[in-house]
Design a protein around this ligand. Structure first.
Ligand code: SF4
Ligand code: ZN
Length: 479
């Protein structure tokens, strides 16, 4: 006879501990469940809530009471249905083999484990979380956050036998969530700082992260010291620690092999692994370019680097940026073009921490090519922006349109302006026939994935873009 636990283990792939009784089902099959507003009982975090966070910390064993779940603030049954509330989730773990390096990977698991709960949706990570509880789950008895704490504790201990003790505290009291927010930011900053000391050349292997393959099957994050996973939660140290405790898990080493291009960051070993993992869909990846075989993007990137053809520069936008960016598109409309585990030259999902990397898009010009960044992000990474470029990078405060951006870049003598001159000289040789043309505006709803062949090995794919041309140059083909 298959008892309930065995049946569950078979379905979910989770083994190790007897499953307690929960009011709703729990398992990997509920991952990817979306809860739309009409079906939602209430939500935590998201765009309507300013401060929200989730944090995993390692502790000495004697400081934790195993299985203790505490709610600080109002519980689900005391909240008004339909509302958006602040939340802070603190998971404390202890065990002889639980190293501090594991915090990042364990923290990323809050996302996956919460999504295993039938009727609960969890998006994003760290300071950016968004959780929805469905009306159906509430009616079934998921009427207290204690259940979520209990389920998480059980999933952690079942999946990571090295965790000997776990304690979970869920904060919903606004003042408390806000009070602890700087501590969480400080913890992440220290964690990221450590990874900053190491360079890609100094290690023998990189790591994969395949945690997002359930959402984007052809996507594998390649995690190197200079390029953190694109959700911003898994650094090279985190991935290495995760592999050490779970060699069959989603993080495993990639022998670097020969470096085929140190500027673009093309490695033989990476290409071999991404080809295998994507079943041949992805042939090659450039770690440090958003144009030439860029890294794939799943869906949980913290930000997007996007090409702005009108100024031949790069813009950055983060998930929390409200409204339109300088190219007239919002984060979510660009995320639609960027995600899905495909390579999208000109749109690249990135972690905000990657903006601090010394190899940040170095093949494309790095910070010398960045023309527009939301003011919040500019402030957050200001120490990593080269001093000579800092005042030349616009934000939404100075520029809201491409026209304003062009003027700004010219007035600040941004390095991309010199690229415009080079292009002009290159494009008007004597024998060319020139024709002035009226403004050409292509329909905004172009079929997705129009590919423009260009010289020099760059492939440009345009998706749902509007193209405005000031003039058209027709070149005579020399026979
Ligand atoms: Fe792992 Fe990348 Fe997904 Fe982050 S975005 S969980 S690093 S695969
Ligand atoms: Zn992802």
């Amino acid at each position: 006879m298959v008892d309930k636990y065995d049946e569950f283990s078979e379905k979910s792939g989770i083994t190790g501990l007897e499953r307690p009784e929960f009011p709703v089902d729990v398992g990997e099959m509920y991952e990817g469940e979306r809860i739309r507003k009409p079906d939602m009982y209430l939500e935590f975090g998201g765009m309507n809530v300013n401060k929200k966070w989730e944090l995993v910390l390692t502790r000495p064993k004697d400081q934790l009471e195993d299985g203790k779940i505490t709610i600080i603030g109002p519980d689900l049954s005391e909240m008004t249905p339909g509302g958006s509330y602040p939340i802070g989730i603190l998971v404390e773990v202890a065990g002889d083999k639980v190293e501090k390096d594991l915090e990042g990977v364990l923290e990323r698991k809050v996302h996956y484990f919460t999504n295993y709960i039938d009727g609960v949706m969890h998006l994003n990570q760290r300071y950016d979380i968004w959780i929805r509880i469905s009306k159906r789950a509430y009616q079934k008895g998921l009427n207290s956050l204690v259940w979520i704490g209990k389920i998480l504790a059980w999933l952690y201990k079942s999946s990571f036998p090295v965790i000997e003790k776990i304690q979970i505290t869920i904060y919903t009291e606004k003042a408390k969530v806000e009070e602890l927010f700087p501590t969480a930011m400080d913890t992440w900053s220290k964690r990221d700082d450590r990874a900053r000391t190491l360079k890609d050349e100094e290690v023998n292997e990189f790591y994969t992260c395949a945690m997002c393959q359930s959402f984007a099957p052809s996507h594998t994050c390649v995690i190197t010291p200079n390029r953190i996973g694109l959700c911003g939660s898994v650094s090279w140290f985190d991935a290495r620690a995760a592999y050490n405790i779970d060699p069959n898990g989603p993080n495993f080493p990639i022998p670097k092999g020969e470096c085929l291009d140190p500027i673009k960051g093309i490695y033989e070993g990476i290409n071999k692994v991404v080809q295998e993992k994507s079943l041949g869909t992805i042939k090659s990846i450039s770690l440090y370019s958003m144009f030439d075989n860029p890294h794939t993007s799943c869906g949980c990137f913290e930000g997007i680097a996007f090409y702005i053809p009108e100024v031949d520069g790069i813009g950055i936008v983060h998930r929390d940026f409200k409204g339109q960016t300088v190219n007239g598109l919002t984060f979510s409309s660009m995320a639609g073009h960027t995600s899905g585990g495909t390579q999208n030259p000109g749109f690249n999902g990135i972690a905000i921490e990657y903006l601090r990397s010394s190899k940040f898009l170095q093949a494309d010009g790095g910070w010398e090519r960045v023309v527009w960044v939301p003011s919040e992000i500019k402030e957050r990474v200001k120490d990593s922006i080269p001093k000579h470029i800092f005042d030349k990078v616009a934000t939404e405060v100075e520029c809201k349109t491409i026209g304003e951006l062009k003027e700004f870049l010219k007035s600040r003598e941004h390095p991309v302006v010199s690229r415009w001159k080079v292009e002009e000289v290159k494009e008007v040789p004597k024998e060319e026939v020139k024709e002035e043309a009226p403004e050409v505006v292509l329909p905004t709803q172009l079929p997705t994935g129009i590919e423009i062949p260009t010289q020099g090995g760059i492939r440009i794919i345009l998706k749902n873009v509007k193209i405005t041309a000031e003039k058209v140059i027709i070149k005579r083909e020399k026979s």
